[in-house]
Every structure is written in C-alpha cells, then in structure tokens.
Design a protein around this ligand. Structure first.
Ligand code: BGC
Length: 459
C-alpha cells in the first residue's frame, strides 16, 4: 500500500476503509476473548487475597458468563433500538467500568460486582461485533470480515495467557484484570472513525446517511444495494420482536439456536478453560502444560485465519461440515487415549496432539461460522433481537459446560466425558448437514427474501 493510500484509508476514504472499520469493530471480539481468558490466571492469586466460599469462587469464575447471558438478553434489542454504533460505545464503557471495578476491588462483593458488570459488556460485545461488521461489509467479503471478530476473540484469549504469564511472578491479579481497560479505551476512541451501519440507518429513515456510508465503503454497486435494502425495509413493516416466533422465521431460529448450543456442548471451553489441568493429567509437567496451553491458544488463532481465508470461497456449510466432522474424530481419539491404561509417554503425546487438532477443527468451523451465520440469517427488523435470543442460548450452554466439566470428569471420568462431547458433535454434524443454509456471496436482503418466500434455508 502506498503512503497516499494509507493516508486515504486512515482519513476514511476508499475501498480499504472497510477493513479499518471492521478491524476496529472486531476489538469487541478482542475484549470478549481477553475478559473470558484472563480469569483463569488471575483467580489463582485472588484466592490468596480474599477468603471465599466455593459458591463465591464459582461466581467469580463463571459470573462473566451469567453476566454475558444477561447482556445478550438486552443487548440485541438495544442494538435494534439505539443503533449498532451506540451499543458498541456502551459496551466499551461497561468494559472499562467492569475492569476498573475488579482492579480496585477492596473486598469480595465489589469484585463479584465488577465481574458481573464485565460479563454484561462481554454479552453486548458478542452480539454487536459480528452484527455491525456483517451489515457494513460488501457481500463478496462479508464472511471473512465478520470472522475478523472471531479472530480477535481467539487473539484476546491468547493475549490473556501472556498477560497472566507476565504478571504471574508478582501475583499481580489487579493488573491482570485491569489490563482490560486498555482495549476498552481503544474501542471507545475507535468509534469516532466508525460510521453507523447503513442498514440500520436506512431502516430508521436516514436514507441519505445510509447512502453516504455505502459510498464511503464500496467502490461500486451502491444504488443496487440501496434498492435491495429499500425493498426489504418496505416489506417488513409489520415484523416486530413479537414476530420472532412467526412460522416463516422458525427455520432461521432453529438454525441459530442449534448452532449456539452445539458450539458449546461439543466441549470447546472445557479445553479452553481447563487445558492446563487436562494436560497435566496426561503426564506433562507444570511448565510443559502451560507451554502446551499457549500452543493451543496459538493454533486457535492460526486456524481462525485459515477459516477467514476460506469462508467466502468454499462457503459456510463446507467449513462447518469439515470442522464438526474433525471434532467427532478427535474426540473419539481423546476419549480412547484417556480410557487406555498408562497415560503418559506416547499416549500423553497423542492426547496433546489430539487436543490441538480438536481446537483446530473448532477454529475452522463452529468457532467463526456460528457467529457469522447468526449475523446473516435474520431479517433486518429483528436482527439484533434474534441474535440476542440465540446468543443467550450460547452463553447459557457455555455456563452449563464450564460448570459441569469438573463434576463430569470426577463422576464418569475424562474418557466418558470426551466421548459424550463426541456424541454431541456427531448429532451436531447431522444437524449442520440437514438444516444449515449456504449464505456465501449473497446479499443479506436475498437471504431474507428466501426466508419470506418460505424457501427452506437448507436448499
Ligand atoms: C466461542 C467461545 C470460545 C471461543 C474460543 C467462540 O466462538 O463462542 O465460547 O471460548 O470461540 O475460540
């Protein structure tokens, strides 16, 4: 890129402006990943500072997910009512307040409050990041751009491992948790560069502003896109939040809810949140386990990049089928390795490699494609609210798995737990094959049109 082009891009002109805007919006994902990942390290030291009951300990670790479910429950409607951009600003402020509160917490109740506030911000961010990008992106690169958000989720998780590591010697948990204030400030400043979603503007009667945003972010096809948006807005006047349950919307709701639940009950966060514990039980030492955990975090980032490069070319369905299929296979191997006697040595290495492959398959399929599809398949008038409902289900299932994983491994054993995740993945594979639509390269309006005409999304 020449210096002049870079100047244009930063000033907000030209084709490449869309990349700058999307990258800024993807900071929502960075905060989501960072704030979910940081607690595992910080928690070890918080335990030294305060006396806590097991219940309070549970709330501090899982409180963010409960908060996120609450945030998602209201965030979707807020996005529809206030606009995508305002919700991003609100998310950035709430992230800042949550991280600040945790960093200075003088006692346990304040710490818990900070964690819940932080969770609400995670809930807002998990909806509005993909929603905003999918609405501002041109159809031909929408998959890759929207998945930037998931790339930032995985980068945030990895970054949190490094920040934990950097402050671990000093046991500085306040710095670990407070570090989340930095990306929150960057996001809040970034908003100044980000225009409102053209689709939201149009729907709220601001047609000239919508045209101006499309002109700034497209090199061609603005009029055609405006016409399509107009047509959709005109036909949907009678669609309200209540109509989320309308028969014609049901297929899209089933797809979203199904993917939301399968993304979690196939076990990704048992690995992301508990990797060091799982790895230690395979016979790896302390340090090696932490290093392997960083390896898993890195693979998660790298394979998400691969998904971004492929998603607009090979399509959403194929990535999901390969990804979920691979998860079934690696989970069967993992269960078997933990079932065989004498873990350690060769078997320990197979277990570590299988864990890495499992995360890779998640990262090219269910990780990015779930968030992408739910930002594409709902009609404009209820898009935020529908994503809210689906995202609540995702956080609810996340909470369920992360709370029950230790209980399950304790009760039925690690082998059976991985087989159970494998069985869920197998059902997920059948679900994807039967119900998930291909949205590659189509405008959001064309996708909505099919839904209105009762064309089965999976055809
Ligand atoms: C999921 C998170 C998960 C992360 C891992 C996201 O798509 O929603 O629950 O921790 O991916 O990369």
């Amino acid at each position: 890129m020449s210096t002049a082009t870079i100047r244009n891009v930063l000033r907000g002109d030209g084709d490449r402006f869309i990349y700058v805007v999307s990258a800024l919006a993807a900071l929502n994902g960075l905060l989501f990943g960072f704030d979910t990942g940081i607690i595992s390290g910080a928690f070890l030291f918080i335990q030294d500072s305060f006396v806590m009951s097991p219940l309070v300990e549970g709330i501090i670790v899982s409180g963010a997910m409960a908060g996120a479910a609450a945030g998602a429950a209201v965030g979707g409607q807020l996005a529809d009512r206030l606009g995508r951009r305002r919700l991003i600003l609100i998310a950035a402020i709430v992230f800042f307040v949550g991280s600040f509160t945790m960093a200075v917490a003088p006692n346990v109740p304040v710490l818990v409050a900070g964690r819940l506030i932080d969770g609400v911000a995670i809930g807002f961010a998990s909806i509005v990041g993909p929603l905003y990008i999918s609405e501002i992106a041109p159809p031909s690169i929408r998959g890759g751009l929207t998945s930037l958000n998931q790339l930032m989720v995985t980068t945030g998780i990895l970054l949190s491992y490094f920040v934990n590591y950097a402050f671990a010697d000093a046991g500085a948990w306040r710095w670990m948790l407070g570090a989340g204030m930095v990306p929150a400030v960057v996001l809040a400043i970034g908003i100044l560069k980000m225009p409102e979603s053209p689709r939201w503007l149009f729907e709220h009667g601001q047609k000239d502003e919508a045209r101006a945003v499309l002109e700034r972010t497209r090199s061609s096809g603005v009029e055609q896109e405006l016409d399509e948006i107009e047509e959709t807005v005109e036909t949907q006047s009678e669609t309200g939040v209540r109509d989320l349950l309308a028969p014609w919307l049901r297929p899209a709701l089933v797809v979203g809810l199904g993917l939301a639940v399968f993304q979690q009950i196939t076990g990704i966060n048992a690995v992301i949140y508990y990797a060091p514990t799982i790895l230690e039980s395979t016979g790896l030492g302390n340090v090696a386990s932490i290093l392997a955990t960083v390896g898993i975090g890195t693979i998660n980032v790298v394979m998400t990049v691969v998904a971004i490069l492929l998603v607009d070319r090979v399509g959403r369905r194929r990535l999901l089928l390969v990804g979920v299929g691979g998860m079934v296979a690696t989970l069967v191997v993992l269960g078997t390795v933990f079932y065989l006697p004498g873990l350690g040595g060769g078997l320990g290495i197979i277990a570590t490699i299988s864990l890495m492959l499992f995360v890779s398959f998640f990262a090219i399929g269910l990780g990015p494609v779930f968030w992408l599809l739910i930002s594409e398949i709902y009609p404009l008038s209820v898009r935020g609210s529908a994503m809210g409902v689906v995202t609540v289900a995702n956080w609810g299932a996340n909470l369920l798995v992360s709370l029950t994983f230790p209980v399950l491994t304790d009760g039925v054993g690690t082998a059976a737990t991985f087989w159970l995740f494998g069985l869920c993945s197998l059902v997920g594979l059948v679900f994807v094959y039967s119900y998930v639509p291909e949205t590659k390269g189509r405008t959001l309006e064309a996708i909505e049109d099919d839904l209105r005409q009762n064309i089965s999304l999976a055809d």
